[in-house]
Design a protein around this ligand. Structure first.
Ligand code: B12
Ligand code: SF4
Length: 478
């Protein structure tokens, strides 16, 4: 019987990106749906294969403990998930795997290998890579490994070595009908580890109800990808399953949950009909919500909506290709307030040609829209995004540093910010100062203290608060 291990690598050298790492890192355990989807699909289609999932960050597993686990389980194939920002840890996981048993095969999947297939496959110890959605491709890889003369060439979406050559097979078509995918099986991990710091302490199940996004924000990897969505019945079935297991808190990881108006109304109606008392959070665009929809959401248990606000300045929204305006933002936040849904505003600083005054003015904008929570991110030209390509084309970025990093990933890499007025350190300081000013205002502290319902929530909130305080290194000029 083949033994397969799927791993979320220990977090040791993750590259700081848009969020401040001191606030972001190890804040709380977050479920990783990609690996769970791949593992569940494999288990369903090949029940005779032994599949294990190891979520190292959530389980607080370091590389020594990882080695112990691998020695004990002795898998035939290890599948590792990697973003560009976690590839250094992923490659360290490869190294430790091979040290235990050089014959164990290793496959890397996720965003990094999708963007840089050749470069990832060239890294020492990597036997296979998967490009794009991994469920079907990984399942076929495992099937092929159980036969005598495996033919990797026929597996779409797979990359492999053939002698000294690197072969990247043609891409696999996207999963058209998401209803056909089995629900991610959280029993493969310790579900109790997943609670959200703003989630009132409850164990939270993350659900993906759609894939892809038709919008065109230039900083985002998902822009203009084919939008596919699960049916309302299929989603409510997943919620009902977890409800029966005692779960009351859900988080929809969809980039824009409100894109299909009729589906949303149907989901909310079914939750009400089944009399499920749940709490859930979603993300949406400010131009996608209306009062009626928000009332449906509120009645079904939606307690918070995350909005990509990015900026209160039209010229920056235009540059980012966001397709929204500050009036729409104000309106969306006002409607949420009136209906009784909390709001989270994702803000972005360090956009090309953004002045320091404009960045600090975002605090006034946040006060105006009266958001309940916020997160200041640093505008980060992620690899192969339109933003990065535009900066390269316009010679604002002089050298393709992501290509260098992909070829030679090193933990000392510091992600450059948009070149121009500010250094990385200056922007990090402004980011920390804005966060501190926002969260440590008397109004916010009192509000949060009033809402704390348990010791664990108090502990998580205090930990986050302390990190926000400590992240403030030196006071930048305002
Ligand atoms: C939810 C989410 C988070 C969550 C959970 C992160 C996680 N690791 O799952 C949180 C909030 C913690 C988070 C944090 C960050 N995130 Co994030 N996140 C997302 C989001 C919105 C959804 C991810 C998801 O669960 N998708 C659903 C699953 C089913 O898809 P998937 O993960 O891609 O997995 C599929 C394939 O990739 C593949 N696959 C994945 N792993 C494997 C492994 C194997 C072996 C195989 C075969 C296949 C395979 O198969 C899966 C099923 O089809 C995406 C955007 C998006 N819409 O995808 C951004 C995204 C992944 N995040 C991104 C970034 C940059 C970050 C941060 C660095 C931001 C920061 N804080 O500064 C951090 C990094 C944290 C960390 N250490 O992982 C970028 C990554 C870009 C890149 N080139 O790497 C994305 C693409 C968003 C973007 N800006 O465009 N994120
Ligand atoms: S930021 Fe959100 S709305 Fe914009 S392209 Fe990405 S997923 Fe779509």
């Amino acid at each position: 019987m083949l033994k397969i291990l799927l791993v979320i690598p220990p977090e040791e050298s993750y590259i700081e990106a848009s969020s401040h790492q001191k606030v972001d890192k190890k804040r709380e355990a977050r479920p990783k749906l990609g690996i769970l989807y791949v593992a569940t699909y494999l288990k369903k289609h090949q029940p005779d294969v032994e599949v294990k999932v190891l979520d190292c960050p959530s389980e607080n597993i370091n590389f020594v403990q990882y080695e112990e686990f691998v020695r004990e389980f002795n898998p035939d194939l290890v599948g590792i998930t990697a973003l560009t920002f976690t590839i250094v840890d992923a490659l360290k996981t490869v190294k430790h795997t091979k040290e235990i048993n050089p014959r164990t095969l290793v496959c890397i999947g996720g965003f990094h290998s999708t963007l840089f297939p050749q470069e990832t496959l060239k890294q020492p110890g990597v036997d296979f890579i998967v490009v794009g959605e991994g469920e079907v491709t990984f399942n076929e890889l495992v099937k092929e490994l159980s036969v005598n003369n495996p033919e990797f060439k026929k597996i779409q979406g797979l990359g492999f070595h053939k002698g000294a050559d690197i072969i990247i097979n043609p891409q696999r078509a996207l999963v058209e009908d998401l209803n056909l995918l089995p629900f991610p099986d959280y029993h493969m991990v310790d579900i109790k580890k997943y609670a959200h710091v703003l989630g009132k302490d409850a164990v939270t199940v993350a659900i993906q109800s759609s894939r892809g996004c038709p919008f065109g924000c230039i900083f985002c990897d998902i822009r203009r990808t084919k939008f596919r969505f699960r049916s309302a019945d299929n989603i409510v079935e997943e919620i009902t399953y977890w409800y029966k297991e005692g779960i009351r808190s859900f988080f929809f990881i969809d980039d824009n949950f409100v894109l299909r108006r009729d589906r949303l109304a149907d989901i909310c109606a079914q939750i009400k009909e089944r009399n499920m008392k749940i709490d859930f959070k979603i993300s949406a665009r400010v131009d996608g919500v209306d009062r009626e929809m928000l009332i449906d959401l509120k009645n079904a248990g939606c307690s918070r909506i995350n909005f990509g606000v990015e900026s209160g300045h039209q010229k920056h929204l235009d540059y980012l290709g966001k397709g929204i305006n500050p009036v729409q933002t104000e309106r969306a936040f006002r409607l949420c307030r009136e209906v009784g849904i909390k709001t989270f505003a994702y803000m972005m600083i360090g956009i090309l040609n953004e002045t320091r005054e404009e960045m600090y003015a975002e605090l006034d904008f946040l006060r105006k829209i009266k958001t309940d929570y916020t997160n200041f991110t640093v505008c980060s030209p992620y690899p192969k995004t339109k933003l990065y390509e535009k900066l390269l084309e316009d010679k604002v970025v002089k050298h393709d540093y992501w290509q260098d990093f992909a070829e030679n990933p090193t933990k000392n890499f510091v992600m450059p910010v948009v070149p121009g007025q500010y250094t990385v350190e200056e922007l990090r300081n402004i980011q920390a100062e804005l966060t501190r000013r926002y969260y440590l205002s008397r109004h916010i502290i009192l509000r949060e203290l009033k809402e704390i319902k348990s010791f664990r929530q108090f502990y998580n909130m205090s930990k986050l608060g302390l990190k926000i305080l400590l992240s403030f290194k030196s006071r930048p000029h305002n």
